[in-house]
Design a protein. Structure first.
Ligand SMILES: [Zn+2]
Length: 241
């Protein structure tokens, strides 16, 4: 295939993807119109934060949000009614988070961000797949995110499974097999779970940096950064590796 053909196919795919998202939004809007809201007003804040213009500004905003969360001073920004209306027209995430499905690691909470701020891809052990790659490429090429954070965490069950020697049932074994190449030196060493989880993150970051045709190009041109992180369950700290 020629480069031109690839570019044309990519552009067409993005248009179709964007159209599908629009259709979903329209459906959602219609559902909302026929269903009265039952949610009680909560602590949603009118606080809004400026959109970061560079990868470093985006990283700084994530670090500031995590510092608020660690200190139990979350500001819950960008969650008021006005934000809902603005984001209904067009989402404007500034960062993508490729994280674990673990229920203790929800990105919007640990980074104290709001509606339309973060584009999230979550699988157990943040195991990458073609669907994850396409999602991240969409967030970069179409939505214009400035940074991709690959975030592992303490006591990750998927990584524990990957370094274990027991065959796991169903598709769980398929999942851990995706993780295994990045943690092979820790297989059979359950006491090395933290080292393995960090090695997994670093391997995933390196793979994304080389991912053609979109992410590798954006990294090379300095338009985005792809960075590793590790979440500590008890303190709430996101450690950037
Ligand atoms: Zn996990």
């Amino acid at each position: 295939m020629t480069n031109q053909f690839i570019q044309t196919a990519l552009a067409l795919s993005i248009v179709l993807f964007a159209s599908a998202c629009q259709t979903d939004r329209d459906k959602s809007k219609n559902n909302t119109a026929t269903t009265p809201p039952t949610e009680v007003k909560n602590e949603a804040s009118a606080m809004s934060l400026p959109y970061p213009n560079t990868p470093d500004e985006a990283i700084a905003r994530l670090k500031e949000g995590n510092a608020r969360f660690i200190n139990d001073q979350s500001a819950h920004p960008n969650r008021d009614d006005n934000r809902k209306i603005i984001q209904a027209q067009k989402q404007t995430p500034f960062a993508s988070i490729m994280g674990c499905s673990d229920s203790r690691v929800p990105a919007e909470i640990v980074f104290d961000q709001g509606l339309g701020d973060l584009f999230i891809v979550r699988t157990a052990g943040q195991a990458p797949a073609t669907a994850s790659f396409g999602s991240l490429e969409f967030s970069v090429a179409v939505l214009g995110v400035k940074v991709i954070v690959v975030m592992g965490h303490e006591k990750c069950g998927a990584v524990a499974g990957a370094i274990g020697t027991t065959k796991l049932p169903g598709h769980i074994e398929d999942l851990v097999n995706i993780i295994r190449p990045g943690v092979k030196e820790y297989i059979g060493k359950p006491e090395k779970l933290e080292e393995a989880a960090k090695a997994n993150v670093l391997a995933e970051v390196e793979a994304l940096k080389k991912l053609d045709p979109i992410l590798a190009q954006y990294v090379k041109e300095g338009k985005i950064k792809i960075i590793p992180a590790y979440y500590h369950l008890e303190t709430g700290q996101v450690e950037f590796l």
